[in-house]
Structure formats: C-alpha cells, structure tokens
Design a protein around this ligand. Structure first.
Ligand SMILES: Nc1ncnc2c1ncn2[C@@H]1O[C@H](COP(=O)(O)OP(=O)(O)OP(=O)(O)O)[C@@H](O)[C@H]1O
Ligand SMILES: [Mg+2]
Length: 353
C-alpha cells in the first residue's frame, strides 16, 4: 500500500503531448478512476506509474520517494490490461506465478501466494487450465490474480472489464471493488465508462486532451461540473446545453428571457440535466416531437422557446404523446461561460419550475 504523488508529470512523443504537466496525489488505500475519452492520456498515465514509460518531465513519488528511475519490475506494481495478456502456453498456475520469477522466494512460498491469489478471485479450480480453456471472465480473474500475487503497493487496472458482456461486467465491478476494500491496496482504474468509474472509485479524475478537467466524487462531477466538458461527458441521457447571452441581469436563451443573478455579461451556455426539466407546469411551453420509452423512464424531445430540450421523466408509462404541447419549468440549472467553458458557480438563474 502506498501514497502516490505526481509532480508536474508530463509525457510527450515528439510533437504529440499525451499528458500535459499535472499534479496529483492519491491517498494510501484509495481507489481512484481515471475517466476520459479515447486518446486523452489515460493509459499513458498508468504506464508511467508502472514504469513502462518514463515521464518527459516531473517526478513520480511512492510514499514520498522519487521512483522515476526505478525499473518496472522493481516497482511492486500490479497491472491488469484490457486484453488480459495471459501467456497462452502456460497454465493458470504458471501465469499467476510469473510475476514472482524475479523474487527470491522459496518455491513453497511462491506456490502458497499463487494459490492465495487464485482464491481471492475464485479461480482455484482452474489452476491446471490454459487460457484458451476459459471464459473471458475467468481469464480476467486470472489476470487479476497475477496482478495481486506480488502483493503490490499499487494496483493499476487499464479498462479491465471492457471485453466482458454487460452482466459479467456488473458482477466483476462489485468483485473488484470488494477485493480492493478487503486488501486496502491503492488502486487506479482507467476507463472511458462513466458508470464503471463512478460506481467503483472513491474519486474520479476526469481527463480530456492530456489535462485533468476535474477531480471529484460522482456527485461533484454530476451536480457541480467545473467545465462544459465534464458536464457533457458525465450523465446519460446527456445534459441539455443551450446557447445563451447574459446582459444586465437577463439571460437571453433562444426566444426566452430569464432573470439571472451573478451571471456577468457575455456569451453563456445554460446547462439543464434532463431530469431537471419538469413537465406538466411551469413558465415555458414546449411541443413534444419525439419520445423514447425506456421501461422505467421516458425521455421526451421538445422544441421550446429555449431551444431543443430533452426531458427525462421517471415512471413506466409515458404521460404525454408526440404532438402534445406541455408546460414545463426547470428545477435546477448550471451556467457556463461560453468562452472559458468554466462553470459560473455563483450564477443563479430564475427558471420558473
Ligand atoms: N508510443 C506512442 N507514440 C506516440 N504517441 C503515442 C504513443 N502512445 C500514445 N500516444 C498518443 O498519446 C495520446 C494518449 O494516448 P493514450 O493511449 O494514453 O490514450 P487513452 O486515454 O488510454 O485512450 P484509449 O481510451 O483509446 O485507450 C494519444 O494521442 C496517442 O495517440
Ligand atoms: Mg488506453
């Protein structure tokens, strides 16, 4: 177990900057997720921590000691890749034993540890099998056992569940989370799946284009996104982002005018989560031009004076139909500066719920 610190760490390849200089501290025993779209630098971050890539600049510290020059195999880091990367010609037992090959352990002790790791992820019955003789979920468990066998200070998981089907993914999410709690190992999960990130991790690091956009809990990212990027990336169905302009306490949004306090003057974006569009009463009027029944909720698409708006309503049966005109209000809103893309935390919009 370890506290991890990155100080002004960056990674470039020639002209390509994969990770801009960034600072980050991860507490001992903490479970964090790095969340962001493809190419934003997630794997590069992990590979620098694992010692597979050397940072272009900055320092990486484990428990206060700089480890930039420590080789991957001496770092005591366990890593699980998306592709499992098990050795196909080796049995499960030998795959799990593999990371111990450089450790000066008596054979008995190495076997004891391998069996213990197999037990943790419930593959003790499969020790004689080869990877090809197992399901994807079983292979992923073996990959996890192999990462845990060294009793690592730091566990790195790079999209470990993305090759599994949806129901197995849910099971493995809980299993990995439970295992991490039990072992107390500092863990970093890389994913582009927001559900995976927010359900498994204590804190989520949201990245875009090699930069940290925001670090926070699921609640922070959803309800208090720092930027338009985070607001748009988190949440499904996505947040409504409506172009607006603020001047002298009035927010002009489409053909509507709303009173706003603390919103300044200039181009703005009004953010409204779909569930904050309350249908049935309110100061706006919208026409439903499409609806999506989802069983336990319905998503309505409206044209309105504010612009096109998506509304989400809980409940099995749709209350409205295509063509209906409905009154609606906004129960909560977020306001962003369209230029800087940052949220204006002090803005209060009167949206007439
Ligand atoms: N060895 C390399 N040489 C040059 N550029 C690289 C190299 N590895 C990664 N990059 C670039 O660095 C950026 C970040 O890549 P990285 O693999 O960290 O992204 P990622 O967030 O893990 O994406 P994904 O979700 O697709 O796995 C990308 O623009 C990528 O093309
Ligand atoms: Mg990656």
């Amino acid at each position: 177990m370890s506290q991890i610190e990155l100080r002004k760490v960056s990674k470039r390849w020639g002209e390509v900057t994969a990770v801009e200089p960034l600072d980050l501290t991860i507490g001992d025993g903490e479970f964090v997720a790095i969340l962001g779209p493809s190419g934003c630098g997630k794997s590069t971050m992990l590979f620098m921590l694992a010692g597979i890539y050397t940072p272009s600049d900055g320092e990486i510290l484990f428990d206060g000691a700089v480890i930039n020059d420590v080789e991957a195999r001496d770092r005591n880091v366990g890593i699980v890749f998306q592709s499992y990367a098990l050795y196909p010609h080796m049995t499960v037992r030998d795959n799990i034993l593999f990371p111990l090959r450089f450790k000066d352990l008596p054979k008995e002790e190495a076997l004891r540890r391998a069996h213990a790791a197999a037990g943790l992820v419930r593959v003790e019955e499969l020790l004689e099998r080869k990877p090809a003789q197992m399901s994807g979920g079983q292979q992923q468990r073996v990959a996890l056992a192999r990462a845990l066998v060294k009793e690592p200070q730091l566990l790195l998981l790079d999209e470990p569940l993305s090759n599994l089907d949806a129901s197995l993914r849910t099971t493995m999410r809980h299993e990995i989370r439970g295992l991490q709690r039990k072992l107390g190992v500092t863990t970093i999960l890389v994913t582009h799946d927001q559900i995976e990130a927010t359900t498994m991790a204590d804190r989520v690091i949201c990245m875009s284009k090699g930069r940290i956009e925001q670090i926070g809990t699921a609640d922070d990212l959803y309800h208090r996104p720092d930027s338009l990027f985070v607001a748009g990336f988190i949440g499904s169905p996505p947040i409504n982002l409506l172009n607006a302009e603020a001047s002298g306490g009035t927010l002009h949004c489409g053909e509507a005018s709303l009173r706003v306090a603390g919103g300044g003057d200039g181009k703005r974006v009004l953010g409204v989560r779909p569930e904050a569009v309350a249908l049935g009463s309110g100061r706006f009027q919208g026409a439903i031009h499409d609806l999506e029944p989802h069983g336990r909720e319905t998503i309505y698409h409206l044209s309105s004076p504010l612009g096109p708006v998506r509304a989400l309503e809980a409940g099995a049966a749709a209350r409205f139909k295509v063509g209906d005109n409905v009154a609606f209000g906004l129960t909560s809103t977020l306001l962003f500066d369209a230029g800087t893309t940052r949220r204006i935390a002090e803005a209060r919009v009167e949206a007439g719920a």
